[in-house]
Design a protein around this ligand. Structure first.
Ligand code: NAD
Length: 271
């Protein structure tokens, strides 16, 4: 719960289309009228207006101060998984933000550390949804180590390592299970693995607990196309890609209950 002392500092991230920009202006004016402070650099609360992609963008913009920032999403297009408020509820949301101490729920994140050959600087990323690894050309061939032991040599289109909240995104399309975000875990799913009498992979999604690290190590090719949520980059001379549950968490501001399974049902089953 928030204390009542200092005025709440907020920022708004808009998808950038006309509807989202108009709504952003409206929310900003309302909140300023309530004497809240607009602060793009050090906000306590980030309101994302758009869709899931907008919330992913907002997360990455503020991912260096996750312990001090909470997120809430308003969707201006179809129902979002992370953006659960609709434009018609804006007045209600604004009053809730301005008047009540809000509850914060924390969800696990994925930490990805990419190390390079020749001792280049390692790169550390946090993912809200997932990390995917693909070859730049042809089949991805990569060793998968779990807790320091070789588990398999993967051959196929790629691998996806997802968070529990990301389990309803790309992971789901790959046949992965949906994980409740109270589980501190990551899930490894395959993209079209090659399985025959010569090459063999497990073929099932793997769910790893927080203290188990998944390390991917190149077999031949050392260049990979790696995505962290919506961000896709070509990484050259890769020595290893280390994935595990991050120490950091994302904090969502909750102004009303919206249980995870209801969110899943509303997103995929109910219309
Ligand atoms: P985008 O515009 O291609 O949107 C992808 C879709 O994923 C949108 O409908 C979005 O609402 C939905 N989505 C995002 N996060 C979700 C979540 N946690 N649970 C349920 N649905 C979710 O791309 P974007 O908006 O920049 O989002 C990037 C995400 O797209 C990636 O993190 C990845 O999960 C997802 N993606 C999915 C597939 C697939 O399902 N085959 C392929 C590539 C990327």
């Amino acid at each position: 719960m928030r204390g009542t002392q200092a005025p709440l500092k907020f920022a708004i991230t808009s998808k950038g289309d006309e509807t989202s920009n108009t709504l952003t202006q409206k929310i900003k004016t309302y909140l300023l009228d309530f004497d809240l402070q607009y602060d793009e650099d050090t906000p306590d609360l980030v309101i994302s207006v758009g869709g899931d992609g907008t919330l992913l963008y907002a997360f990455h913009r503020y991912c260096r101060r996750l312990d001090k920032t909470a997120f809430v999403g308003v969707h201006t297009g179809h129902l979002g998984f992370y953006a659960d408020w609709v434009p018609e509820e804006i007045e209600k949301l604004v009053i809730a933000i301005a008047k009540t101490p809000y509850q914060v729920v924390e969800y696990p994140l994925l930490e990805v550390i990419i190390r390079y050959i020749n001792g280049g600087r390692e790169a550390k990323y946090l993912a809200l949804n997932e990390c995917t690894v693909k070859s730049v050309s042809g089949t991805l061939v990569i060793d998968v180590e779990i807790r320091g032991d070789l588990f398999e040599t993967f051959r196929g289109d790629g691998l996806c390592i997802s968070t529990p909240t990301g389990s309803t995104a790309y992971n789901k399309a790959l046949g992965g299970a949906i994980l409740h975000p109270s589980l501190e875990a990551i899930q490894v799913t395959e993209m079209a693995s090659i399985n025959n009498r010569v090459f063999r992979t497990i073929g099932s999604p793997l769910v790893l607990p927080a203290h188990h690290t998944c390390m991917l190590k190149p077999v031949n090719d050392v260049d990979f196309q790696i995505t962290i949520d919506h961000l896709s980059l070509l990484h050259k001379d890769v020595k290893s890609i280390q994935c595990r549950v991050a120490d950091e968490k994302i904090r969502f501001a909750r102004f009303r209950p919206f249980p995870f399974w209801k969110r899943v049902r509303d997103s995929f089953i109910a219309d």
